[in-house]
Ligand binder design. Structure first.
Ligand code: ARG
Length: 850
């Protein structure tokens, strides 16, 4: 297609078709139109001038209207809280209709008016204040009552920012006048003894007038309980709604909120929750804003005895919402910090792994026996706050050793070690009044100055790693210091930067050296040419035409092209014709002429969408709706399985071997939609098994063909926690190196205990040849390897039969493998072995009709 050049728009004069194709209608009386050409030009000129003048006038009026005219006003809403000293909190203050509430509210409104009257900006534009709630003060006696209010102003547009500043300055009054014992402007006419004021502009998304429902729930958390979004779990939460939950604890207690399920729309602009360390939505008291499907811990704590949870929803109605439990925790002085001694020990940020509370301050004084040095290793570290870059001014950890100190903040995925050249160190943790995070966990250890890592290799960053890990090609220290100045062995290649890496990492598409040396000179083709899998170099354009490159790997061929000969690299449509496109199944485009590539696609996505594991993490409920727990009579959870449809499950054949009755259907129960073992909920379905079909060629000694189908004794109703995974076609290509997820309740370490909550871990698909050499020839071509070769992440006992899930670019999950076997669990250079599902596509269809 030609693209039209904007500089050459077609005009009647240039268009050759113009005069021949179009005819003007004759004017009824053509005489008045026949003016002298000169006069016509004059009128035209005058007309144009008039238009220009009008335009200038209009622009001026608009500019004046919006920028200069001082009486164009907008409404601004500020939310605030006020600490009051000389009032006592009464239970009737919780009821806005009570006399006591109204009396105190009137005093607060009067006092606010007085406060605003001291500032010319505020006094000029102030409209009114309304009090929304009261809470007990902090219990220290300094503040008896806290009032939460909303103040409205009508301000000229161009003075909006000045108003913001004036509001901010109210907060400073207290800090700036310490001589007044923290008291704000007490004058004879004052109604109240005000100790503090906190206020800020309301989030505009919470001021939209389109809400059809607004509601406030007031809850006491002294008795534990549950709260949930309306309709949960049976129906999606209502649209266009603004809800508030005001949670109160007893004085000197914190409010704790734990989310068990949380599924909102992924776009935070429209659907979100916010949690505040206050009873009113004051933005700089906000602890968090969440939407979608968060993976981080959803446990929140306040600094005082109140919390506000808000939910704002958009016009769309699709998502289940949330359920959370609330409770209170006494505020004690020993929440964190203190003196630590001995040769080693550990400490964490308050309430780790829950989010730390705001306004926390902890100091740990660590002292190890004299004559030793001391090091602290942060094994997990997430201390952030938006807008906090390298400066660490909001929430941070501060380490003091000798006479120096340094601050840490942000997220640190790898261990961080700090050490002291003496036997002591002080670690401080501070969080400010907004935005919380998961915090940190740390271990400390004494070491002898002359030998910081007895029997181990000392990294430059003060970590210690096993001697055998030195120069093995892996960055075990985290700073590469164990891989520097190495003598490469015969099985290794030497990178330009001096590192040694295993030979088999050469040309695998990953820059292992760090300077790309291992990926240079891999293809022999020059510029503009691509290499066919058989080594031939062809021009890029001809690569997918099936003539020049007979074995084209169709990762390169984006368009579906129908071809004469089907190959292992083409996709076979139901019609029997083949197309060249990498993994066309359920990718949202009709590629086959019979559209069979887009059939049976209700799989592999969570129905709500915006939208035994070692080294894994806890998954969220409903995150893996195809995961099944197979319970064997008298033994509980025994194996995993995947949901293929409302009738069929897929598992490993070794789970259902003849021995000890494992092949008997009536000995098994399948738990679908399960999250925590022994905790069924409204989405969990327990099913009996009608039929087990073990692969006829399953070979126990070699685990070859380790696959079995299970037919349920009746169809299961799919729900948000029960949903099939997509089966890949026989020619689906899962490239080595791509990311995949394993899930299960198996043991969390070799020889350890099984997990109660479903675990997940990310692994990578491993090249077949590499895997075969790592596992000494035990790998057949119907097996697939995946893992983290560095070790530490793998499936383990009890995960068998469960899914190895790969997410396609379309966001759909495909079943690449079924957990089968491994050499121990999570050992270095010992990836897990899975059943290669593409090899069994036809067998599954023949047996189950799927
Ligand atoms: N066979 C084991 C089971 O029955 C699963 C082994 C998986 N092992 C591994 N390292 N990936 O649960």
């Amino acid at each position: 297609m030609d693209v039209m050049d904007p500089g050459a728009k077609s005009s009647p004069i240039q268009d050759p078709d113009w005069d021949s194709a179009l005819q003007f209608l004759p004017a009824a009386d053509s005489r008045p139109l026949e003016k002298r050409p000169g006069g016509r030009r004059l009128w035209l000129g005058l007309g144009l001038l008039l238009c220009a003048l009008l335009l200038v006038l209009l622009t001026t009026v608009l500019v004046w209207h919006f920028h200069l005219r001082s009486d164009v006003r907008v409404k601004k809403t500020y939310i605030g809280s006020m600490g009051i000293a000389d009032q006592r909190f009464l239970t009737t203050h919780e009821d806005p209709t009570s006399l006591e509430f109204r009396r105190l509210a009137a005093l607060v409104a009067k006092q606010l008016k007085l406060l605003y009257s001291k500032n010319s900006e505020l006094s000029k534009y102030f409209l009114e204040s309304t009090v929304q709630a009261f809470s007990e003060g902090d219990g220290s006696g300094r503040e008896g009552v806290v009032a939460y209010y909303q103040s409205e102003f009508q301000v000229p547009v161009q003075r909006k920012d000045l108003l913001d500043e004036a509001i901010k300055s109210l907060e400073k009054t207290e800090v700036d006048q310490p001589g007044r014992h923290g008291r704000l402007l007490l004058k004879p006419q004052d109604a109240l003894n005000v100790r503090s004021v906190v206020s800020g502009a309301l989030d505009p998304r919470m001021a939209t007038p389109t809400f059809i429902a607004q509601k406030v729930f007031t809850l006491h958390v002294r008795k534990e309980g549950m709260l949930q979004s309306p309709g949960f779990p049976d129906s999606p939460y209502p649209p266009n709604t603004y809800l508030q939950w005001r949670l109160r604890a007893q004085p000197r207690h914190r409010v704790q909120l734990v989310f068990h399920t949380f599924i909102l729309e992924e776009n935070c602009q429209r659907d979100f929750i916010k949690i505040y360390d206050s009873l009113a939505p004051i933005e700089h008291r906000m602890l968090t804003e969440k939407c979608g499907y968060p993976h981080e811990p959803m446990v929140f704590l306040t600094s005082g005895n109140v919390m506000l949870l808000t939910l704002v929803t958009s016009a769309e109605k699709n998502f289940p919402g949330f359920r959370a439990s609330y409770s209170q925790i006494p505020i004690t002085n020993d929440t964190c910090g203190g003196k630590l001694s001995g040769r080693n020990g550990s400490f964490t940020s308050p309430f780790f792994p829950a989010n730390y509370p705001p306004a926390a301050s902890c100091v740990w004084d660590i002292q190890v026996p004299m004559g030793n040095f001391l090091k602290v290793q942060f094994t997990s570290f997430s201390v952030s706050g938006p807008g906090q870059k390298g400066s660490c001014t909001r929430d941070y950890v501060e380490v003091h050793r000798q006479s120096s100190s340094s601050r840490l903040c942000g997220s640190r995925p790898d261990s961080t070690v700090v050490s002291s050249r003496s036997n002591q160190m002080t670690v401080r943790f501070k969080s400010d009044s907004s935005y919380v995070d998961a915090g940190f966990s740390a271990i400390y250890e004494a070491f002898v100055p002359t030998d910081p890592c007895p029997g181990r290799f000392p990294c430059l960053n003060n970590m210690c790693v096993n001697i055998s890990l030195q120069c093995d090609g892996w960055d075990d220290c985290g700073d590469d210091s164990d891989e520097e100045n190495c003598q490469c062995q015969a099985s290794q290649m030497r990178c330009r930067n001096g590192h040694c890496k295993p030979q088999f990492w050469k040309c695998d598409g990953v820059d292992d050296c760090g300077d790309n040396t291992d990926e240079e000179n891999c293809g022999q083709c020059g510029a503009g040419l691509v290499q066919c899998p058989d080594g031939l170099c062809v021009p890029d354009k001809l690569h997918c035409d099936q003539k020049h490159c007979h074995t084209a790997d169709h990762a390169h061929c984006k368009n579906a092209l129908q071809v004469q000969t089907c190959t292992p690299h083409t996709h076979k449509c139901r019609s029997g014709r083949c197309i060249t496109k990498l993994n066309p199944e359920c990718d949202g485009e009709d590629d086959c002429d019979d559209n069979s590539d887009e059939e049976n696609c209700a799989c592999g996505v969570r129905p709500y969408r915006s939208s035994r594991i070692v080294g894994g993490q806890t998954s969220r409920e409903g995150e893996w709706p195809w995961q099944v727990s197979l319970h064997f009579r008298g033994k509980g959870h025994t194996c995993g399985a995947s949901v293929l449809s409302d009738r069929w499950l897929l598992t490993a054949a070794h789970c259902v071997q003849e021995a000890a009755g494992y092949s008997k259907e009536d000995q098994w129960e399948a738990f679908l939609g399960l999250h925590i073992q022994n905790q069924v909920n409204q989405w969990t379905v327990k099913k009996n098994i009608r039929r087990i079909i073990r692969h006829p060629d399953y070979d126990p000694p070699t685990y070859n063909n380790d696959l079995a189908l299970m037919e349920l004794d009746g169809p299961v109703a799919l729900n948000q926690n029960i949903w099939p995974i997509c089966l890949p076609s026989a020619t689906h290509h899962f490239p080595a190196g791509s990311a995949a997820w394993i899930t299960g309740w198996g043991t969390t370490r070799e020889g350890g205990f099984t997990a109660a909550i479903l675990q997940k871990a990310e692994v990578r698909l491993v090249n077949q040849t590499v895997c075969s050499s790592l596992l000494e020839g035990q790998i057949t071509e119907v097996m697939l390897c995946a893992g983290v070769l560095k070790g530490g992440v793998d499936a383990c006992q009890g995960d068998s039969g469960g899914p190895l899930t790969v997410m396609a670019p379309s966001g759909r999950s495909f079943l690449a493998g079924v957990v089968s076997w491994g050499d121990g669990c999570a050992r270095r250079n010992k990836p897990g072995v899975y059943v290669r599902i593409t090899r069994y596509r036809d067998w599954i269809r023949d047996q189950s009709g799927l």
